[in-house]
Ligand binder design. Structure first.
Ligand SMILES: [Zn+2]
Length: 306
């Protein structure tokens, strides 16, 4: 039973929307690629968990605070005896550990992911203690990318390599007793944790942007190329030739605009301009009138959620 699904991280939504429309610095680009890759890894792991036949209790993507410290959990799996904290990493290539420091094959030191794992485990334990939930937490780092190798990893580390994932999951879900995997008490604790989930992530790193400087147009949802007018009722990607109906293209445009400029009034002109004039003012107006509440008069007409 999935008690809380995963949603696309807000920071990633911003970066996806901004990247084709402005120049990122090298560092911003690297952050964006890492975030995209991390999310892709989490979705891959989600698919593996969704394939498990045995009924289980799972929370995805929790953002919590304990003693003024924020921490994030990729997956929490509840079994009758314990809670498994499963953190997914989509690292690629060769890595090695030397006296507890992690390096890539080129010798570049990276943040030790085990420290982050331990930190969130400690905070989760403190939180569970406060909630009087007497449950043991076991934490694992799961490396999901088949192209990942780790040298000098001691067997005692809570690390699951790509070739070990299936065996690891099999063991987690082992059917060695006939008892149910889901108990009301565990479900109660899980729901209490979900109630504490914070929706706003305070440490989003988004490049500065302003409306005037951003490139306008419709971005292809498939390849991020630019869309152009095609046959009636559709736009077509100039790069991959994917076609899209006007309505879905306007909808994406409106969502992007609302994400980047939540305090700006939604007007026909703005969306017409934002989508690079690919879709006529009349079509944009029809879309907004159908789905939003019209406010104001004459030139100051704007649209709001119904
Ligand atoms: Zn395309």
């Amino acid at each position: 039973m999935l008690l809380k699904p995963r949603t696309t991280p807000r920071e990633l939504l911003f970066l996806r929307t901004l990247s084709p429309r402005m120049m990122f610095t090298e560092e911003q680009m690297e952050d964006y690629i890492n975030l995209e890759k991390g999310y892709e890894g989490e979705l891959k792991f989600d698919a593996l968990m969704d394939n498990q036949k045995r009924e289980h209790l799972l929370i995805r993507d929790l953002f919590l605070t304990c003693n003024k410290s924020d921490f994030q959990l990729d997956n929490l799996l509840f079994t009758p005896e314990r809670i498994y904290q499963l953190e997914v990493k989509n690292f690629e290539g060769e890595h090695y550990i030397e006296t507890e420091a992690w390096y890539t094959s080129t010798g570049k030191q990276i943040k030790n992911p085990l420290l982050q794992l331990k930190r969130s485990e400690n905070l989760l334990n403190q939180l569970l203690y406060k909630m009087k939930a007497n449950m043991k937490v076991d934490s694992y780092l799961i490396f999901i990318n088949q192209e990942f190798t780790l040298y000098s990893a001691s067997q005692s580390l809570p690390v699951i390599l790509p070739s070990q994932i299936n065996r690891f999951l099999k063991k987690l879900f082992k059917d060695d007793n006939t008892q149910n995997f889901i108990y009301p008490r565990q479900k109660g604790i899980a729901n209490q944790l979900i109630k504490l989930h914070k929706t706003e992530t305070p440490y989003m790193q988004i490049p500065e942007y302003n409306y005037r400087k951003l490139k306008k147009g419709l971005v292809c949802s498939h390849c991020m190329g630019w869309m152009e007018v095609s046959i009636q009722g559709r736009v077509k990607c100039s790069h991959c030739s994917k076609e899209e109906f006007y309505l879905s293209a306007i909808e994406r445009s409106v969502e992007e605009f609302k994400l980047l400029f939540p305090n700006e009034p939604l007007t026909v002109n703005r969306i017409f301009n934002w989508s690079g004039g690919c879709i006529s003012r009349k079509t944009v107006q029809r879309y907004l009138t159908d789905r939003y509440k019209k406010n104001g008069k004459g030139r100051s007409i704007f649209y709001e959620k119904n």
